[in-house]
Design a protein around this ligand. Structure first.
Ligand code: NAD
Length: 477
């Protein structure tokens, strides 16, 4: 991996020659790299390379495109330790989670490589003549992918793999906080034989790289993952220009624990959901609703689990909770904890800064947070969760649905009737039964409803809807 843009099959400095320094969020004296601070000229070059590459790439058979993706998956698997190590050093995700993220990336590529061997169209009969009507899928052209820092390998990959498999060329804007995952992906695809210009990565700030990419006339579609505010701005810029837009935004995921639940498993899932990756997941558990009959018992188990949790150096394979990605993020989360207290919430545990260097925060648990308070409504992107008592499932569902978000939701229960009622009424794009709110698999759709998403879902075959357009062909002799 080079700390450079990847454009037209080459590693390039930004056109203006500017760079920025990225430091390790656990040991701030450790400079991870000098990355390009790119600008509109770099975006133009990347889009130009993608436009030039598109005709040949789209004309290649889907099986041959897939063969390159299969090869890239092999390259990734050969380098899990290196890619995960860079990710952990750069943005602080504990190495065990980074390693799993990279390995899962290879699965994503394999799934989409296999798409080349599956049917991508449909055949009907014409009503008037009985002759055939084919419904074909064809690639859009050049697509722009804008990625956040919190899944720096998976998200670039789960956007790029279907885009490429279905015949598009890509310009990917990597997050400035964590560009190395996307750059490793570029290296693996290049070594696997991807033609120059088919996949390009430009590193830099949102306003300097993201905006020119969104507005570029040759970019047909934008797939964006990130915060609600920026996503809204992207939609407002792109839709009037006639672009297809997909947004994956924030979340405020609830976990519901019924009185018949396996409380040991539920407390384990609450810990993982709220605190792994230091709570910096869109699907992190922000609210834990516990039935009043088991509330006290659950709270004891949950606090014990936090006591046992390994908090510290993310490079240590035992660590479960590492640092926040940046000082800015730390300040934001500390401010939200203060606000939670000032609004009447009780900080049961954690919330204090740990160590004198790095951006470590002790996992924080709140009680007594009112439903309309800040912590119950707004996404605080850190290791902070709140726990609430409820009386019956209907109440738990109603309160779970009370935010503008709808990304993921979980229930712990042994009763299938509870499960059915929850699934039928919960407002979330991903529902997990007896499992943590965070987690997903590559072959099935992922995405949120309400304020958490816009446009077709990502991943699985759902990605076909975003990365292709439909052509209906009436065949007559
Ligand atoms: P962010 O919105 O700040 O940035 C996301 C990306 O957009 C970055 O690459 C950024 O540089 C770029 N960007 C910023 N301003 C832009 C602009 N004006 N035009 C175009 N691009 C611009 O988000 P973040 O802080 O990197 O990530 C955290 C957020 O992402 C959280 O809200 C989290 O919930 C969300 N997220 C959602 C999902 C999901 O699938 N729903 C997954 C992961 C993260």
């Amino acid at each position: 991996m080079s700390a450079a843009n990847f454009i037209g099959g080459e590693w390039l400095a930004s056109a203006g020659g500017r760079t920025y320094e990225k430091r390790n969020p656990f040991q701030t004296a450790d400079v991870v790299g000098e990355f390009p601070a790119s600008e509109a000229t770099d975006v133009d070059a990347a889009v130009g390379a993608a436009v030039d590459a598109f005709g040949d790439w789209a004309a290649l058979s889907p099986q041959r495109r897939g063969a390159i993706l299969f090869q890239a998956a092999e390259r990734i698997l050969a380098r899990v330790a290196e890619i995960a190590g860079d990710m952990t050093r750069e943005m602080g995700k504990p190495i065990r989670e980074s390693s799993a993220e990279v390995s899962r990336g290879a699965d994503q590529l394999r799934f989409y490589a296999g798409e080349g061997w599956r049917a991508q169209g449909e055949i009907f009969s014409q009503g008037a003549t009985g002759n055939q009507v084919q419904v074909l899928r064809r690639p859009l052209g050049v697509v722009g992918l804008i990625c956040p820092w919190n899944f720096p390998f998976s998200i670039p990959l789960w956007k790029a793999a279907p885009a490429l498999a279905y015949g598009n060329c890509v310009v990917l804007k990597a997050a400035a906080e964590a560009p190395s995952g996307a750059l490793h992906l570029a290296g693996c695809l290049h070594e696997a034989g991807l033609p120059p210009g088919v996949f390009n990565v430009v590193v830099g700030r949102g306003d300097e790289v993201g905006t020119p990419l969104v507005k570029h006339p040759s970019v047909r579609a934008i797939s964006f993952t990130g915060s609600v505010g920026v996503g809204e701005q992207v939609r407002q810029e792109a839709v009037p220009l006639g672009k297809r837009v997909q947004l994956e935004l924030g979340g405020h995921s609830p976990l519901v624990v019924m009185d018949d639940a396996d409380l040991a498993r539920a407390s384990e899932a609450a810990f993982a959901g709220a605190f792994w990756s230091a709570g910096q997941k869109c699907t992190a558990t922000r609210r834990i609703y516990v039935h009043e009959r088991v509330y006290d018992e659950f709270l004891v188990l949950f606090l014990q689990r936090i006591e046992r949790g390994a908090v510290g150096d993310p490079a240590d394979p035992a660590t479960e909770v590492g640092p926040l990605v940046s000082e800015h993020q730390l300040t934001d989360v500390v401010g939200a904890i203060e606000r939670g207290r000032s609004e009447g919430g009780t900080l049961v545990r954690g919330g204090e800064r740990l160590g004198s260097d790095g951006f470590m925060l002790a996992p924080a648990v709140f009680e007594d947070v009112a439903d309309l308070d800040y912590l119950s409504r707004e996404e605080v992107f850190g290791p902070v969760t709140s726990i609430y008592r409820f009386g019956d499932l209907d109440e738990a569902i109603e309160r779970s649905n009370s935010t503008r978000f709808g990304l993921s939701a979980s229930i712990f229960t042994r009763d299938s009737e509870n499960v059915q009622r929850f699934v039928a009424r919960i407002e979330a794009g991903v529902v997990r039964v007896n499992a943590a709110t965070a987690g997903g698999e590559p072959h099935v759709p992922f995405g949120g409803s309400k304020g958490s998403g816009y446009g077709p879902r990502e991943q699985g075959r759902a990605a076909l809807d975003f990365y292709t357009e439909t052509v209906t062909v009436y065949q007559n002799p």
